[in-house]
Design a protein around this ligand. Structure first.
Ligand code: C5P
Length: 401
């Protein structure tokens, strides 16, 4: 996706500069041409030799080469680039960018660049949270600079919090997203239910299932990359969406998932996709203290059925909203999926069979059949990311005509 794209990578003085070598490697692997500008301070954290070797281009630091007087023109650099990425971006550089200070090549190139600019801040959590830094970041956002938000984690200071530069792989994903021209779903809103639900038995025990949320989150990522505004109503999972702009509403039980999904649906939506593995039953009474172990061989738990979210939202279906369900079956897949299509007033259902190797819950792959009122289309085994592409392609073919 980055084939032939010219990217300037600006590196500032931060411990995260050591990750810049991996970042350049990944950008080049995606087909980009990379030129690196470093501040004086950045050279203390990673050597120009390393960066020149991985980027296959000489490193630019000063306005001119002191040995032969060669001028490093920030203007022509700025014109060469399709993207100016500054990673890591220190608090100092962000402040200078905001105020238009131009005391090094990295900053003069920023002021003369005509291409989009993205920054991946890296600093200690208190520096990041400081109102001055936050003001600078917000002003840069308003100036059109893309902020690749730092992640949470252990920082060089030993403290833990937000401030760690985003991982190189995720920076590359964010860069790719900036280059995606085909925003076919721009202006469309989508809701995805994802993950399992957890039904409490008592304060320490629960009923749940093996859903990881990977399929739902992959679908959400794909919808967002095509320009849609995306909300995931998510049961407890260990993953996060690829893009921080995806809104995640965390829920626990089926009832909570129903309430949040209904309120999101009522706010207006164009596409709703039910990927969640909602628990079918929940305990009737949930005591407030732990149930004592008894000296009995058998005990029984009284359960009641949970609300069927897809069915309920189907019953209040709004005109023009495209509803998609999933059916995870072991027997008579096609027949059951077709029954669910009509019972839940879905426009399309995605069938995956637990009998197919590599399909279903805790895998990175899936094998699906897409079914609507007229068509049945089988797909081969693919990564969940590619399955998400097939699903969204199909939805697009139905709603964008
Ligand atoms: O009836 P079954 O559970 O097989 O239906 C699967 C489809 O219905 C999935 O799309 C699932 O997300 C949705 N569903 C739901 N609420 C439930 C049960 C299933 O939204 N309580």
């Amino acid at each position: 996706m980055l084939k032939g794209k010219n990217i300037i990578l600006g590196i500032t003085g931060s411990i995260a500069a050591y990750k810049a070598a991996t970042l350049v490697r990944l950008l080049i692997k995606e087909g980009a041409n990379v030129k690196v500008i470093m501040t004086q301070m950045a050279k203390e954290f990673i050597t120009p030799l390393t960066m020149a070797t991985v980027s296959k281009n000489p490193i630019l630091v000063d306005f001119y080469n002191p040995e032969n007087g060669d001028w490093n023109s920030h203007v022509s650099l700025g014109l060469w680039a399709d993207l100016y990425l500054i990673a890591p971006a220190s608090a100092n550089t962000l402040a200078k960018m905001n105020y238009g200070i131009a005391d090094n090549l990295l900053l003069t190139t920023y002021l003369s660049a005509r291409c989009p600019v993205a920054v991946a801040p890296a600093m200690d959590l208190d520096m990041y949270n400081h109102p001055s830094t936050q003001n600078n970041i917000n002003s840069l956002k308003n100036l059109g600079v893309t902020i690749i938000e730092p992640g949470m984690g252990e920082l060089a200071s030993g403290l833990t919090g937000k401030g760690r530069m985003e991982e190189p792989e995720l920076i590359v994903e964010a860069v790719k997203h900036l280059f995606i021209k085909k925003k076919s779903l721009l202006g469309k809103k989508a809701i995805i239910t994802a993950g399992p639900t957890v039904e409490q038995i008592d304060p320490v025990r629960f009923i749940s299932n093996n859903s990881t949320g990977k399929m739902g989150y992959s679908i959400a990522n794909e919808l967002f990359s095509r320009g849609a505004e995306v909300t995931i109503v998510s049961g407890p999972v260990n993953i996060e969406p690829q893009y921080k702009q995806i809104n995640v509403r965390k829920v626990t039980s089926a009832q909570e998932m129903l309430d949040v999904t209904t309120s999101e649906y009522e706010n207006g939506v164009d596409i709703i996709i039910f990927t969640a593995a909602v628990a079918d039953y929940t305990p009737i009474d949930v005591p407030t203290s732990k149930i004592k172990k008894e000296k009995k061989e058998k005990i029984s738990l009284e359960l009641k059925s949970t609300p069927d979210i897809a069915k309920y939202i189907g019953s209040i279906k709004k005109n023009g909203v495209f509803h998609v369900g999933f059916a995870l079956e072991t027997e008579s897949g096609l027949e059951n999926a077709k029954d669910k299509l009509s019972a839940k007033q879905l426009d399309m259902i995605v069938l995956n069979s637990l009998k197919d190797q590599g399909a279903g819950f805790a895998t990175d792959t899936n094998k699906i059949t897409i079914i609507d009122k007229i068509n049945i289309k089988e797909h081969p085994l693919k990564s969940k990311k590619d399955v998400a592409i097939d699903i969204i392609d199909y939805i697009e073919s139905k709603i964008l005509c």
